[in-house]
Structures are given as structure tokens and as C-alpha cells.
Design a protein around this ligand. Structure first.
Ligand code: KG4
Length: 334
């Protein structure tokens, strides 16, 4: 079965052609980085407009690169939510229209389901059940994943997502956008023990996250340096902040895996590109005899290949879209 998948939930337009369940023929991403960079964050209205411009040529390119024609496609899958509704509607409506005109079955996919399954695209994929940490600009959640369409939320952020915290700290320190990679690179030159930023463990045994207190602590620290007219130790702040985020992500993921009695942990989402997170989670997993699976960076950030994969299993459940089905901003999984 040949699947054409479309993803436009935030600021990247993406299209992929995949043979079910996971042979990727093309996986193209059009980044809006240059559009949003001058504003230091995503401007929703500009994002929707850029998706409209990009979507058609991008889908054509994905088909061309896969050396297939629209008539060869057996299933169209599109991200239905969560995300920015104006952005989602572009890819979702395009997919529904294409499916209607060409009489191809179409499924709507939850973006989080894509991240939960993206490590199945690895050459050596995990087997169910596993514990998954989805950590991105919009989500920080832990899931018990028992099958392709069977997942239970174990904990989620109560305020900012981890990626959002990285982006806000980067903005504060004028490191540019997107903030995650900038903070991470700067952190390499800093001392992770320079500042004792708070770790929000929350209630005993809680698998929820909170990053707003940490962010406020970084803001206060920077203000103190500014008030005293002293140079801001940017690298030390980045390293200490990154360590505070990573420590909580790693320990709560381990706790979730133990609670589930799982021998495998899976990472997904843009923050999964973070080197410190990969290193420390890998170390803690191996100490605990748990196998860690991390997708290639291109499948960690927003991409359409993971939407194809999740879409295939939704199709197998018979969950086809109807013309009136709408996009949603909040995930029912979360
Ligand atoms: O999954 P993703 O591509 O998109 C959405 O969340 O929509 O994730 C993007 C997020 C941004 O917040 C970005 O700053 C963060 O992932 N990110 C990172 C790194 N690379 C991307 N955060 C920390 N370290 C990184 N190396």
C-alpha cells in the first residue's frame, strides 16, 4: 500500500511517500525558519500563509522524488491535530480535497501518534510495549505504548513544553530562533553546575512536568546580572538550564518505564535531537537494562513519514475521514 502523507501542524510543511508500514521513498520538509526568525518565534498568520504557498509544490516534489504518480497512491494521511489550527487546516484541507477528487481513502492522524511511532522507522525498531517520551515545542508527555493504536498518557507538562522553555531562554539570552539548538550549542562551552536552577519533581510519583518555575529562575538570574551591570555568563546559564531540563526528563522517563515494567524506551519530538538528553538517557537506560530507541533527527522533528506510518494503522482500524471532519488544536491523546 502506497501512502501520501502531509504534515502542517506548526511551522514546517512536510510531505512524504511511504510504502506501508514503513519504507520511506521520499520525506520532504519545507522550513519556515527564515520567515519567523526576525520575530524570535512563530507568527501563526505568517505560518498559515507560508503553508498555502508551499503545500502544492511540496506534494508534487514528494511524488516526483518517490518516482510515483498520484494515481499510484492508495491512501492519503494528513495531520488533523494538535497544533496551530490555521496551519493544520492548510495541509488537512488539501489532503481531503485531493482524496475527494481522486477518490482515494483519507485518514486524519494525531501528530502525537506520529511521534509515538516514529522510532518504528529505525532499521532495528522497538517491539511493543514500550514507554515513550514525546518532547517538543508544543508537548512534553510520557506514554505507555502497547500497540500501533493503543497508547495511554502517563504524565504531561502542566505549563510550558520543554522545547518552549528552550526557545524562551534562547530569546531571553538573545541566542536566536529556534532556541533549542542554539542553547544546546552554547551550553557545550558552559559549566552545568554553575547555577542551581530548580528541578520541578512535583508530587511524589508524579509523572507530570513543569518548566515555568525553571524559566522564571533563569529570567531572575539574568536580571540580577543586568541590574549589577555585570556580564551575563551565557554559556554557564545555558549549561545549567539544559542540565535542569534533561535531569527531570530522564528521571521521570525511567520512573515511567519501571512503573510499566517495560524493557524499552522511545524518544520523539524536536527536543529528542538534544545531545545531552540523548547521552544521559542512554546512560541511565543502559544502567537499568532498558533499551533506548531514538529516531534519526529528521524523524524526531515534524515530518510526514511518521504521519504516513500512524495513518496506515488508523486506516487498518477503518477510521476514514469524512468530508466534514475538522482539524483540532488539542490532542485527545494528551
Ligand atoms: O517537534 P518539533 O520539530 O516541532 C514542534 O514542536 O512543533 O520541535 C521543535 C522544538 C523547538 O522548541 C526547538 O527549540 C526544539 O524542538 N529543539 C531542541 C533541539 N532541537 C530542536 N531543543 C533542545 N535541543 C535541541 N538540540
Amino acid at each position: 500500500m502506497l501512502i501520501l502523507a502531509i504534515e502542517s501542524s506548526c511551522d514546517d510543511t512536510a510531505a512524504a511517500v511511504v510504502t506501508a508500514p514503513g519504507q520511506v521513498h521520499s520525506n520532504i520538509i519545507s522550513s519556515q525558519f527564515e520567515i519567523h526568525a526576525p520575530f524570535g518565534g512563530i507568527v501563526p498568520e505568517l505560518a498559515s500563509r507560508a503553508h498555502i504557498e508551499a503545500i502544492r509544490p511540496l506534494v508534487e516534489q514528494a511524488l516526483l522524488q518517490a518516482e510515483v504518480d498520484l494515481d499510484d497512491i492508495d491512501l492519503i494521511a494528513a495531520t488533523q491535530g494538535p497544533g496551530l489550527v490555521g496551519s493544520l487546516l492548510v495541509g488537512f484541507t488539501f489532503a481531503k480535497a485531493l482524496a475527494l477528487v481522486k477518490n482515494i481513502p483519507c485518514v486524519g492522524v494525531d501528530h502525537l501518534a506520529g511521534h509515538l511511532l516514529s522510532s518504528l522507522l529505525l532499521d532495528k525498531p522497538p517491539v511493543f510495549p514500550y514507554t515513550a517520551l514525546v518532547v517538543s515545542g508544543g508537548n512534553t508527555s510520557l506514554f505507555d505504548v502497547r500497540g500501533h493504536t493503543d497508547y495511554t498518557l502517563m504524565g504531561r507538562t502542566r505549563d510550558d513544553a520543554a522545547g518552549e522553555a528552550f526557545d524562551k531562554v534562547a530569546k531571553l539570552l538573545e541566542l536566536g530562533y529556534p532556541g533549542g539548538p542554539a542553547v544546546s550549542i552554547t551550553a557545550e562551552k558552559g559549566d552545568q553546575a554553575a547555577f542551581a536552577f530548580p528541578r520541578a519533581w512535583l508530587d511524589k510519583d508524579s509523572l507530570d512536568f513543569s518548566f515555568s518555575g525553571l524559566k522564571t529562575s533563569v529570567v531572575n538570574t539574568v536580571h540580577k546580572f543586568k541590574q549589577r551591570g555585570e556580564q551575563i555568563p551565557v554559556a554557564d546559564i545555558c549549561a545549567s538550564f539544559e542540565q535542569a531540563v534533561v535531569e527531570v526528563l530522564v528521571e521521570k522517563t525511567l520512573t515511567a518505564a519501571h512503573k510499566n515494567n517495560h524493557g524499552a524506551v522511545v524518544l520523539g519530538g524536536g527536543v529528542a535531537c538534544n545531545k545531552r538528553l540523548r547521552m544521559q538517557l542512554s546512560q541511565r537506560c543502559s544502567e537499568n537494562n532498558i533499551q533506548l530507541f531514538v529516531p534519526d533527527p529528521v524523524f524526531c522533528t515534524d515530518n510526514a513519514a511518521m504521519i504516513a506510518l500512524a495513518g496506515y494503522y488508523r486506516y487498518k482500524q477503518g477510521k476514514l475521514l469524512l468530508p466534514d471532519d475538522d482539524a483540532y488544536s488539542r490532542s485527545p491523546l494528551n
